[in-house]
Design a protein around this ligand. Sequence first.
Ligand code: EPU
Length: 335
Amino acid sequence: MIREFHHISLRDRNSFGVDQQAARLVEFENPDDLRALFAHGVPPRWMVLSGGNNILFTQDYDGLLVTPVARQISLLSEQGDTVRVRAEAGVEWDDLVEWAVERGLWGLENLSLIPGRAGAAPVQNIGAYGAEAADTIRRVEMFCVENGSMLTLDAAHCAFGYRESVFKHTLRGRVIITAIELELSRTPRPRLAYGDVEREVEARGGASLRNIREAICAIRRAKLPDPAVLGNAGSFFKNPVVEASVAGKLLEQYPDMPHYPAPEGRVKLAAGWLIDRAGLKGHREGAVGVHERQALVLVNYGGATGGEVIAFARKVQQTVCDKFGIRIDTEVNLL
Ligand code: EPU
């Protein structure tokens, strides 16, 4: 069933908490709702607004926003230690992680507490602590806006990369993700190599699913602001991937600079470190600031407009570029 709103405030529908308006917003449950919605043609301006956790509205939106609300999780099949699970697009991602952990299913635990909904997870291939959604997503179900049909895409065709997928490119503005299918495992597969994960897990008594989930939640809570308390959209910037020669030059000057191998011999740098080293961690201008415990996150201290946030973000980018010669791109979608 569809619920429809007109001239609606988006303040409670974006984790930045900016108070822009949308001309029209429709919540849908199933493909029939979408067929009905698009039966008389596709509006000139529309997009999916899921949990609003990775978006910054810099102005009012004069088109149609489409929000998935179906929240069913089902166990599809079990073969040996492999379990197939389906989650509808409106499922809160962390509810899905908890559902899997409760049932002894491995694969999602490192992605605990990432804000957002299941349908959005494949779009930017959410990732944290040495895992990403693409490790477990096997199929993505979607509604094709152009012809009103349902389509299922295998992971091999999703072009997953670091915060990347086909949904950000070829399929952008053409499909609405309605559900994802994941492959989880009954065989323990602890991934503890990232940062403090192993130490936090050991402190809780070893690598059980529950301990890993709790360790990840604790690490995230210590570093990342809770959007319910302080408006933010997680990492505002992507970690830049640069040529090895560029990283080499910077390392001569900053030997302690974090760097990680990336595909094709390139090197991934830590945008948080660059912003931090540029002296901006905790820096605040009016209602917008760089978070004091994780420089990759911009926060709304209350009442900031989208325009103020983006103006502040541009200054951060410029300062980093002036100091290091590196351009950091936004991870958050800007509208
Ligand atoms: N660092 C600093 N200062 C800071 C932040 C980071 O010096 O203020 C340094 C850290 O000490 C570390 C390096 O930068 O050496 C990397 O930091 P961290 O491990 O905290 O991870 P990140 O690269 O800053 C990425 C993801 C996060 C994810 C964490 C953990 C991106 C854009 N961000 O952050 O994802 O939680 O790794 O895996 O890839 C998100 O996407 O919204 C998000 C929070």
